[in-house]
Design a protein around this ligand. Structure first.
Ligand code: FAD
Length: 390
C-alpha cells in the first residue's frame, strides 16, 4: 500500500500544474495518469495552444514554470473581434497592461512540467496506469489502480478530464451544453506579421480564431458545425490551405501549413458538485467550455490556485489535508466563477453563431457601443481576463 498526502487522478496540464504547486511546498503527491508521462528532448509542434491571461501567467510564474515555456510562447498584446463589417480591437494598454497574457503551446508546457516534477523526491508519477475505483474511509481514502495497487491518501483530486471516471464513481451529475460544433486546430506560417494580435471572426458555424505564436506563426481554432468540420478535415492539403487563406481574408498574407489539422468535438459541461468526501474536482473534470474567448484552462488554473492555496494553508497549520471545512471553502470560492463563466461562454457562443440579420445587427451594435464607450470597453476587457489570481 502506497501512503501519501494527496493523490491526483489525471496528468493533463491541470493535474501536472496541481502536482507542481503542491510538490514545491513539501507535500507528498501521487500523480496517476493513464498514458505515459515521459519527457522528450524536442517537442513536436501541434496546433494546440492555450491563450493564458495575466492571472494564469502569474500562477505559472509563482510555481516557477513560466521561464521554461516563455521562449516558445507569444505575448497577446491585442485582441480583435471581427463580426461582419464590424471590427473592434481591444488593446491591453487601454487597461494599463503590457499584454493580456501569453499564448502557450500545450505540449511544451506539459513536457516542461513532467521534467520539473521528475526532480521532486516527494512526487510519485504512476503513469501508464489509471484509477479505477476508490473507497471512502473516515480519516483517509483508499484509491485503487488498474494494476491492483492501492493508495492511502488524505485527499483525492479529480483532474481526469471531461469524461472523469472519478466524478462518475462519486455519482456526481453534470449539466451539459450541446454546442454541436467541432474545433479544427493547426499551426500555420504566414508572410505578414501578426503583431501579437489574436483575431476572432464571428460567423454562423462558430468562431474562427487566429492566435499568435512566436515569429510568423499562428495557431488556428476553427469552429464549425460538427458535420461541416468532418468534411473540412477530409480536404486535400492544398484545398485546406486555400480554405484557410479564404477564412483569414489575407489578413496574414500567404499561408502555409506547419502541422496537419486535427478535429476536436466541443462539449460543454459543469459538474453539479465539485467536492465530495475527501474529494475535490478541478479543471475539465469539473467544467468544460467552448473555446470561444479562451476561458477553459484559465478557469481551471483559478480552481488549481484556490485548491492548492487551501491545502498549503492546512499543511502549514498542521491540519487535515482532506478536511470538510477546507473543501467547503474550495466550493464557496469557486462556485460563482464556474457558473458565470459557463453561462457566459455558452450564451456568447449561441449569440455569435446566430444567422438572423436582427441578432447580427444587435451584435454589431453592441460591439460598436463597447468600442465607443471607454468605460464599457475596459469593463469588457477585465471580464475577459477573469478574476485575477495574481
Ligand atoms: C480547440 C481548443 C482550444 C482551446 N483553447 C484554449 C485557450 O486558448 N485558453 C484556455 O484557457 N483554454 C483553452 N482550451 C481549453 C483547454 O485546452 C483545456 O481546458 C485543457 O487542455 C484541459 O486540460 P485538463 O488537464 O483539465 O484535461 P485533459 O487534458 O483531458 O487531461 C485529463 C487527463 O486525465 C487522464 N485520465 C483520464 N482518466 C483517467 C484515469 N481513470 N486515471 C488516470 N488518468 C486518467 C487522461 O489521460 C488525461 O491525460 C481549449 C480547448 C480546445 C478544445
Amino acid at each position: 500500500m502506497i501512503k501519501t498526502d494527496i493523490t491526483i487522478a489525471g496528468g493533463g496540464v491541470a493535474g501536472l500544474l496541481t502536482a507542481l504547486a503542491l510538490a514545491r511546498q513539501n507535500i507528498e503527491v501521487v500523480l496517476l495518469e493513464k498514458q505515459k508521462l515521459e519527457p522528450v528532448e524536442t517537442v513536436k509542434p501541434t496546433g494546440r495552444t492555450s491563450a493564458l491571461m495575466t492571472g494564469s501567467i502569474n500562477f505559472l510564474k509563482d510555481i516557477d514554470i513560466f521561464d521554461a515555456v516563455k521562449d516558445t510562447s507569444c505575448p497577446l498584446d491585442k485582441l480583435r473581434i471581427i463580426d461582419g463589417e464590424t471590427s473592434t480591437t481591444f488593446d491591453a494598454e487601454e487597461i494599463g497592461l503590457p499584454c493580456y497574457g501569453y499564448n502557450v503551446p500545450n505540449e511544451t508546457l506539459k513536457n516542461e512540467l513532467i521534467k520539473k516534477l521528475k526532480t521532486f523526491q516527494n512526487v510519485q508519477m504512476l503513469d501508464d496506469n489509471g484509477l479505477w475505483d476508490f473507497e471512502e474511509r473516515d480519516d483517509h481514502m483508499i484509491v485503487r489502480l488498474n494494476d491492483d495497487r492501492e493508495i492511502n491518501t488524505k485527499l483525492l483530486i479529480a483532474a481526469d478530464g471531461h469524461n472523469s471516471v472519478v466524478r462518475e464513481i462519486a455519482g456526481i451529475k453534470t449539466i451539459k451544453a450541446g454546442y454541436k460544433q467541432s474545433a479544427i486546430t493547426c499551426l500555420i506560417n504566414h508572410s505578414r506579421a501578426h503583431e501579437n494580435t489574436s483575431t476572432e471572426f464571428h460567423k454562423p458555424g462558430g468562431p474562427f480564431t487566429i492566435v499568435p505564436c512566436p515569429g510568423n506563426q499562428s495557431a488556428i481554432v476553427w469552429c464549425e458545425k460538427t458535420q461541416d468540420a468532418e468534411e473540412i478535415i477530409k480536404l486535400k492539403k492544398s484545398d485546406f490551405t486555400q480554405a484557410l487563406q479564404d477564412m483569414t481574408q489575407n489578413l496574414l498574407g500567404e499561408i502555409t501549413l506547419e502541422t496537419a489539422p486535427q478535429s476536436w468535438p466541443l462539449k460543454g459541461m459543469i459538474a453539479r458538485k465539485i467536492t465530495g468526501h475527501r474529494l475535490a474536482l478541478i479543471a475539465e473534470a469539473a467544467h468544460s467550455l467552448h473555446p470561444i474567448g479562451a476561458q477553459g484552462l484559465n478557469l481551471s488554473i483559478r480552481d488549481i490556485k484556490a485548491l492548492t492555496d487551501l491545502i498549503i494553508r492546512q499543511k502549514t497549520l498542521g491540519l487535515d489535508l482532506g478536511a470538510l471545512t477546507m473543501l467547503k471553502d474550495y466550493k464557496a470560492q469557486r462556485r460563482n466563477d464556474i457558473y458565470t463563466r459557463f453561462a457566459g461562454v455558452s450564451g456568447f457562443c449561441k449569440i455569435t453563431s446566430k444567422k438572423s440579420k436582427g441578432i447580427q445587427r444587435l451584435r454589431q451594435g453592441g460591439l460598436k457601443l463597447i468600442n465607443n464607450v471607454p468605460f464599457l470597453k475596459r469593463q469588457a476587457m477585465r471580464i475577459g481576463l477573469g478574476a485575477n489570481v495574481a
